[in-house]
Ligand binder design. Structure first.
Ligand SMILES: Nc1ncnc2c1ncn2[C@@H]1O[C@H](COP(=O)(O)OP(=O)(O)OP(=O)(O)O)[C@@H](O)[C@H]1O
Length: 254
């Protein structure tokens, strides 16, 4: 199988501080990867380099075999690299239905149309309804975002990203801030992601990491110190020292 996503020897420094050091990652369609590491390890910087929001000092980002290092964020999204939206980027006065329909219109090159018209576009409505139903948001499709629960807003972030039909999805702590009672819904949404989609999830919650990821990458001080199975990560001496601490004796879910 050929790689859908590849970064090669990415490097970035801020002043004298090397924040991304020779980072190389390859992902295949269907991969479920968790990127973990202590605060300040460089996870956010890495994501910004990958999405095109930051320019690397050296190294390459490849999507589907094509070098996109010189391309901006919008072009990368069009080529299938999508980062989950943040709750802070949702519009509080708009409904989930409107968010998804606009994303579909944008993806299909119809963003110039007055968005109020999407109800008259059967293809857009069909896809919007289906996506909201998949994420369990159909019953609140026409409520304002400001009136729905935080966990539902986070599900909407995932739905919005999926509306762009990504090949590679970057998820930034999808369950952070969600009340414990709602985390099973987030986990169900993650478990139901399209099987061909390559997913890279940044996450601090190790229980979630162990349930979701088939592969774990550990970043510390800007460099990859581990890239392997969830079964092996807890026994790796460098990872235990740099990050895991309390999880040293934990055993990942099968
Ligand atoms: N624009 C910037 N200018 C200078 N230093 C920066 C900049 N962005 C990040 N850094 C520094 O780079 C290092 C890595 O930061 P980054 O936010 O990528 O880490 P992180 O792993 O995402 O951390 P966290 O888990 O706390 O979000 C930190 O020391 C941070 O202070």
């Amino acid at each position: 199988m050929s790689a859908v996503f590849q970064v090669e020897k990415l490097q970035k420094s801020f002043g004298g501080l090397a924040v991304t050091q020779d980072v190389s990652i390859t992902m295949q369609p269907g991969d479920r990867v968790a990127l973990i590491g202590p605060n300040g390890a460089g996870k956010t910087t890495f994501v910004n380099l990958v999405t095109g929001h930051l320019k690397p000092d050296a190294g390459k980002v490849m999507l589907g075999g094509e070098d996109v290092t010189a391309q901006g964020p919008t072009r990368r999204v069009r080529q299938g690299l999508v980062r989950s939206f943040q709750v802070t980027r949702l519009f509080s006065e708009m409904t989930p239905e409107e968010h998804i329909a606009i994303a579909i219109l944008q993806r299909t090159g119809r963003s110039g149309r007055v968005f109020g018209n999407f109800h008259a576009m059967p293809d857009v409505m069909k896809e919007t309804d289906a996506l909201l139903a998949t994420l369990g948001l159909d019953h609140i499709a026409t409520r304002k975002v400001s009136e729905i629960a935080y966990g539902q807003q986070r599900l909407l972030e995932i739905a919005l990203a999926l509306a762009l039909k990504p090949k590679v999805l970057l998820l930034d702590e999808p369950a952070a801030g969600v009340p414990q009672s709602d985390t099973p819904r987030i986990e169900a949404a993650l478990a139901g992601l399209p099987p061909d989609l390559a997913v890279l999830m940044i996450e601090h919650d190790m229980d979630l990491v162990f349930r979701f990821a088939k592969r774990v990458i550990v970043l510390a001080a800007g460099a990859i110190i581990f890239d392997g199975s969830p079964q092996d990560v807890t026994s790796d001496a460098r990872v235990r020292e740099a990050y895991l601490g309390n999880y040293a004796n934990a055993s990942p879910a099968a």
